[in-house]
Design a protein around this ligand. Structure first.
Ligand SMILES: [Zn+2]
Ligand SMILES: [Zn+2]
Length: 494
């Protein structure tokens, strides 16, 4: 243990002045503590200075690590999907992920599938065949998207309703979803409706109202779909919303909001977002899991049932998506509050149901097109059956290094199997609309360029299902720019 020179100096001055001194021992090379959340618990883990793999941090909570998703929330408003082997370095009392990103904490499913609320906009857009900023919860093809936001319905509250919610619990999927930090309405809603973390959508605090990125309603509207965002009476984000007031004076605006949602359904509006507030209101006024809040949850569940049966009886293939912006915990007076990095606040819900004849589709693989005689579409199942290689590769971007054993198909193999002759350039496109154009020699045998589908024996999650990995030997040290995530199309240019 080393004494900090500052403490020593203060000690001498105070002693000289004859003051009575109480102090806590501090050594200079401090460790740090990191919060680890699961959908049902919050843990503080003390870490020593140095680099610690995430799987060891999770073991330090007393739980058994399995390979389920780990999400890292950073203080600059980002959320990253990380592997158990990723190292956290502790320096000067701060936990750093990669180069400079400081960690706020980790969230881990603990054997349960978890996602983030970013999947809301991503699923809405992919279901309409529009480009999305990441992979959806389900692949499908629909004509209508209805999203219902259930303010304040945390995963903890949902888990304790003991099956009284027939409509919610009967959905095709419903799972815990990490929301944005701080877990408050404008920040949580912004992440869900843009499909992007606070660092990118611009809503990072209660005082932020201007979205820097379009919502799924904006994107759908630009593409010619009819849209409606049905809200309460407050403008917590600057967006095109239809506001409602408690016109019948029964103490809640949700009946008025629900009536407008049903009107839009009947009118054929293609993309609808309805935001219900009563679960959050009841939690603040009467406490989490109070009889009043349970009543509100039951009432909202009936609204969900009404929307689902309308869509099921219609002729348009549709997807119904539900989510909450945050959960809440009990304060000292027994009332509900939220805004902290703890499981009750941070774990909300996300779920979906396919209705009106909509069907799930297989995960898309790779489309191979461009200047070739036979454009093909390979499914992901077929893709992973192609001859593959495994190599330890490092992807280095502005957020630091991500090293791992990547398994994938060499670009040269794909070219050999599906194209012939020389190419000038190869253009790859991703699900989020990003593209990279590679020089032809990247497809030479032995170049080391792969289309990866596994890292350290696991699927690529949010970075996949297929990711281009260009080794540092070709792209230079900062190869992150060229390592396109979510590759869905390869076009040859001769
Ligand atoms: Zn809220
Ligand atoms: Zn609230």
């Amino acid at each position: 243990m080393k004494w900090g020179p500052t403490i020593a100096v203060v000690l001498i001055i105070l002693l000289a002045a004859g003051a009575f001194l109480i102090f806590t021992l501090q050594d200079e090379g401090t460790g740090a503590s990191l919060t680890v959340l699961t959908p049902s618990s919050t843990h503080e883990v003390d870490l020593e200075e140095g680099a610690v793999p995430i799987r060891r941090i999770i073991k330090n909570t007393g739980m058994t690590y399995d390979s389920s998703t780990v999400l890292a929330t950073t203080t600059d408003g980002d959320i990253l999907s990380v592997g158990g082997g990723t190292e956290i370095s502790v320096r000067d009392g701060r936990c750093l992920l990669g180069g400079d990103s400081e960690l706020l904490g980790l969230a881990w499913g603990g054997g349960m599938e978890i996602t983030t609320t970013m999947s809301v906009a991503r699923t809405a857009l992919c279901s309409l065949n529009l480009s999305a900023p990441g992979v959806p919860l389900v692949w499908t093809d629909v004509e209508r998207v209805v999203v219902l936001e259930l303010d304040g319905l945390g995963w903890g509250l949902y888990s304790n309703t003991n099956g009284m919610l027939n409509n919610l619990s009967g959905m095709d999927a419903l799972m815990p979803a990490l929301t944005a930090y701080p877990p408050i309405t404008n920040v949580g809603t912004a992440m869900a409706v843009t499909g992007l973390p606070p660092a990118e959508n611009g809503i990072r605090a209660r005082s932020d109202h201007t979205l820097l990125k379009p919502t799924f309603l904006d994107v759908g509207g630009i593409e010619g779909h009819s849209t409606a965002w049905i809200e309460g009476d407050s403008g917590f984000l600057d967006a095109d919303m239809e506001n409602n007031v408690d016109s019948d004076g029964d103490g809640t605006i949700d009946d008025e909001i629900h009536e407008v949602v049903m009107e839009h359904l009947r009118a054929g509006t293609e993309i609808i977002l309805g935001h219900y507030h009563s679960i959050d209101d009841a939690g603040h006024q009467s406490g989490p899991e109070s009889a009043e809040q349970m009543d509100a949850v039951g009432n909202i569940d009936r609204y969900i049932g009404e929307v689902a049966s309308f869509l099921e009886n219609g002729t348009d293939p549709s997807i119904l998506i539900v989510f909450s912006d945050h959960g809440m915990h009990e304060d000292d007076d027994g009332l509900g509050v939220h805004g902290e990095f703890r499981h009750k606040d941070m774990f909300s819900i996300v779920g979906y149901e396919l209705l009106g004849g909509a069907e799930p589709l297989p995960e898309p693989g790779l489309i191979i097109a461009g200047d070739i005689s036979n454009p093909v579409e390979i499914t992901l199942e077929e893709f992973v059956e192609l001859p593959s290689v495994e190599a330890y590769l490092v992807v280095k971007g502005s957020k630091g290094d991500e090293g791992g054993n990547y398994r994938g198909v060499e670009l040269s193999t794909v070219m050999e199997l599906y194209t012939s002759g020389d190419v000038v350039t190869i253009r790859l496109s991703a699900i989020d609309g990003y593209t990279v154009t590679l020089p032809g020699h990247y497809a030479d045998e032995g170049s080391g360029v792969i289309l990866a589908y596994e890292k350290d024996g696991e699927g690529l999650g949010d970075d996949g299902p297929i990711r281009l990995i260009v080794p540092q030997s070709l792209a230079g040290e900062y190869n992150g720019q060229e390592c396109l995530k979510g590759v869905i199309k390869l076009e040859v240019n001769r």
